[in-house]
Design a binder for this molecule. Sequence first.
Ligand code: NAP
Length: 247
Amino acid sequence: MLLKGKTALITGASRGIGEAIANKFAQEGANIAFTYLSSKEKALALENHLHTYGIKAIGYKSDAASFAEAEHLVGNVLMEFQTIDIVVNNAGITRDNLILRMTEQQWDEIMHTNLKSVFNICKQVVKPMMKQRGGSIINMSSIVGMTGNAGQTNYSASKAGIIGFTKSLAKELGSRNIRCNAIAPGFIETEMTHGLSDELKEQFMKNIPLGRYGSSEEVAKVCVFLASELSSYVNGQVISVCGGLNT
Ligand code: NAP
């Protein structure tokens, strides 16, 4: 029960890594507010499942890319849960293309959903966290934010941006006992990676020292570490969860 009585806000938790984080946090005793964009049925199913851990859980339809919706969301969460102790900015998408073919729309969608979304939520939660005199913010980056990846100039740039944002926020808010860290997953089996070509998957696999892809639960376990007092002196860091791919 590492998170007993804490409230966590997790964006993009209807599927994949976000869903695993919501489950792990609930197992550790946290109350869960989570968001989704279009997977209403999955969100409802998750909400019901989370209740079985004996905690409070509410799913909110909220577009991470929208500043106005983030403002509305955080207001509603505070009204329902009173505090927000942990934030996981997890919502993210891919719009892969080589630069020669990439459209302005593909660039903008990635920047808004992956990067601006982190600003949108942090801007809203910082004040309540300062009042509470503490908090833990976890931003979902990616190893390609550090290594780059052909066909992902937009995605890699957004994930590198998250790292700069995370380190800056950690420096701004450390004195207020608010920690901000990033996780950089490698290749994790979710719907996001299902669509990749077999050729690309083989290429990744060859370079993973552990010789296998990661699971959402393995990312969620690192989130529990960063959300809890286990990481009380960890701030402004990027933790790779990649089986050694980025080594
Ligand atoms: P996923 O399976 O595709 O799930 C994405 C989640 O984000 C869904 O819950 C989706 O909601 C939500 N979402 C998407 N756009 C949103 C928006 N505008 N507003 C609110 N929610 C939105 O992806 P995943 O693999 O779990 O990835 C989660 C995070 O980890 C992402 O930031 C991703 O970039 C990062 N990551 C993943 C990998 C990997 O290998 N899978 C590697 C590195 C980093 P709906 O279901 O409603 O669409």
